[in-house]
Write a protein that binds this ligand. Structure first.
Ligand SMILES: Cc1cc2nc3c(=O)[nH]c(=O)nc-3n(C[C@H](O)[C@H](O)[C@H](O)COP(=O)(O)OP(=O)(O)OC[C@H]3O[C@@H](n4cnc5c(N)ncnc54)[C@H](O)[C@@H]3O)c2cc1C
Length: 543
């Protein structure tokens, strides 16, 4: 299909974009164009789960954004990474599969008035996308396009963590996608038979042979085009030379932006939709002044806790030298072993105060430890046997911004994360560190963990703990909210409850940017389930 005119143009083939391409092209009457800035997902490192460690610093497959220094990140310039290929960030992520808490979505519907986004609708979307290896129990789904599987291997440290949690009254929970997340256990992952289940593998691949779906890779969208207050199409060019060979494509019905939390607001602003004063400063004619575009940026700020292990049980030496060769060989022959597993083993949803009615803290734990001095730019393991636990508030309140820094799509936007800006975010982080210290001091872990090496025993009072978290923490790769969904009465809402951009016809956004608040957990599964739900709305509206 080489036409320049389509019913739907989807911008970005990430978690959400692949789901929409799958759903909207099911009807052969819908000609669908999916435009992706990155390449095809052909590298074997994408599909071997542990390969992502090598990919996230490779500019061919990962966007490298710089987030601005500020108090919350210890005045450091951080590297924010996002997937740039078919599958988007689902092709380089850690493969943890978490839906979030039903209360998150019910809060959108009941507290924010976003009809159709409560748990009854979003829960059904999760069930529809899933093919869960643990079976249908009325909550999990089976028979959907996306395979989800439990962690297959056990590790003495992970078993001891579960036992330690149980000794504190925290339930052993190996499926945190139940109605109550609370507990700690081995995590569920988007992995099938040792291979990554990206959104491209699960949703796009089965749809690729449809004659009404065209997938255009290596093409970066510059802007959305309008005639008056109606969307007419897009303008894009080759990623290798964005301003050469620029072409336009016409959308008969809609353009749907699925470029992610960092780039959907960038495209809107470049197209003249955003904070009017900011657009004018960059010489961009204002099509619709929408103050909320690029605001409400919410991200998980992860505090690291590192431990020296008392026994030689860690994976630290498994990713270099002869051990790496052996592990790669095992993977090539069996699709099993360490290279076939997700970034972390253990997932926990905990309460920093017992009286809370739901978990306010998420942790990831693994039997390896990274060198803290290079953690932001390079994956380097510590020389001794170590373990790590990542700790973060599930629903951060601090909000940052994303704003264009020039009228060119080739210039990455300016990211101001503004982490740890509210008392509640700071308190939950500090209490979280104390809770994990209590957990790791329990009997089942005493023979395995020799000492806490980071933040370390000398870091004790609240201010010291916060300072260590600020200076050595890391973004959780879960940014949301920069084109948030909201009612007309909300001056910062960018899309309405049907995901239509306000005051312009024929344009929607569907990716993590539309979430008005962070859901409790990792964001890949929600991006796909919300996109599934969005497809229902788009198809209903077309009828
Ligand atoms: C390193 C890493 C680890 C993570 N680990 C986990 C995890 O273990 N579990 C989990 O649930 N979540 C995880 N996440 C988060 C999760 O993967 C993302 O939140 C989710 O994939 C985002 O989906 P999306 O559709 O919003 O955007 P994306 O999947 O990022 O898709 C956006 C797509 O748009 C394309 N694009 C952008 N701009 C343009 C343009 N101008 N023209 C054309 N195309 C464009 C991009 O190249 C990309 O393919 C991780 C993320 C990262 C980066």
């Amino acid at each position: 299909m080489g036409s320049d005119s389509y019913e739907y143009i989807i911008v970005g083939a990430g978690s959400a974009g692949c789901v929409l391409a799958y759903r909207l092209s099911e009807d052969p009457r819908n000609r669908v164009l999916l435009v992706e800035a990155g390449p095809e997902d052909t590298s074997p490192l994408i599909h071997m789960p542990k390969g992502f460690g090598a990919l996230i610093h490779d500019p061919k497959y990962a966007w490298q954004f710089e987030a601005q220094p500020h108090a919350g990140n210890g005045f450091r310039t951080e590297q924010w990474v996002r997937g740039k290929m078919l599958g988007g960030s689902s092709s380089i992520n850690g493969m943890t599969y978490v839906r979030g808490q039903p209360e998150d979505y019910d809060g959108w519907e009941h507290d924010l008035g976003l009809k159709g986004w409560g748990w009854s609708d979003v829960g059904n979307a999760f069930r529809a996308i899933e093919d869960h290896a643990m079976g249908d129990d009325g909550v999990r789904g089976v028979g959907g396009p996306l395979h989800v599987s439990p962690h297959p291997d056990r590790h003495p440290l992970s078993d001891a963590l579960i036992a330690a949690a149980e000794s504190m009254g925290i339930p052993h929970n190996n499926d945190q996608n139940r109605l109550d997340q609370f507990g700690l256990g081995y995590m569920c992952r988007t992995i099938k038979n040792g291979r990554r289940q990206s959104a491209a593998v699960a949703f796009l691949k089965p749809a690729r042979s449809r004659p009404n779906l065209r997938v255009m890779t290596d093409s970066i969208v510059h802007r959305v085009l309008f005639e008056g207050q109606r969307t007419r199409g897009i303008q894009c060019g080759p990623i290798a030379a964005p301003h050469e060979g620029v072409r336009t494509y016409r959308a008969e019905r809609e353009v749907i932006l699925c470029a992610g939390t960092l780039q959907s607001p960038q495209i809107l602003q470049l197209s003249g939709i955003g904070p009017a004063e900011h657009l004018k400063e960059h010489g961009i004619p204002v099509v619709v002044g929408l103050e909320g575009v690029g605001r409400n940026l919410r991200e998980h700020w992860c505090a690291w806790m590192n431990y020296r292990m008392a026994q030689p049980l860690s994976h630290n030496r498994q990713f270099s030298g002869l051990r790496l060769v052996k592990n790669l060989l095992q993977y090539a022959l069996t699709h099993k072993g360490i290279m076939a597993s997700s970034s972390h083993e253990i997932n926990g949803f905990l309460k920093t105060r017992p009286e809370l009615d739901r978990a306010d803290l998420q942790i990831h734990a693994s039997p390896y430890s990274l060198d803290m001095s290079t953690v932001a730019t390079k994956t380097r393991f510590e020389r001794f046997h170590g373990a790590n636990i990542l700790v973060y508030p599930t629903r951060p309140e601090s909000c940052g911004t994303i704003m264009i820094r020039s009228p060119s799509v080739a210039d990455t936007p300016l990211i101001s994360p503004n982490y740890l800006a509210t008392d509640n975010d700071c308190r939950t982080t500090v209490d979280g560190i104390r809770l994990i210290r209590h957990l790791t001091s329990q009997a089942p872990l005493r023979s395995l963990l020799a000492e806490e090496t980071f933040p370390g025993p000398l870091v004790n009072n609240d201010e010291e703990i916060l300072d260590a978290c600020r200076r050595h923490g890391q973004s959780g790769y879960h940014a949301v909210g920069t084109c948030k969904m909201g009612l007309d009465s909300d001056p910062f809402a960018v899309v309405d409850a049907r995901l239509r951009v306000r005051n312009i016809a024929g344009l929607r956004v569907m990716d993590c940017s539309i979430m008005p608040t962070t859901i409790s957990g990792n964001t890949n599964a929600p991006a796909m389930a919300l996109a599934w739900r969005a497809a229902d709305l788009i198809l209903q509206d077309a009828r």
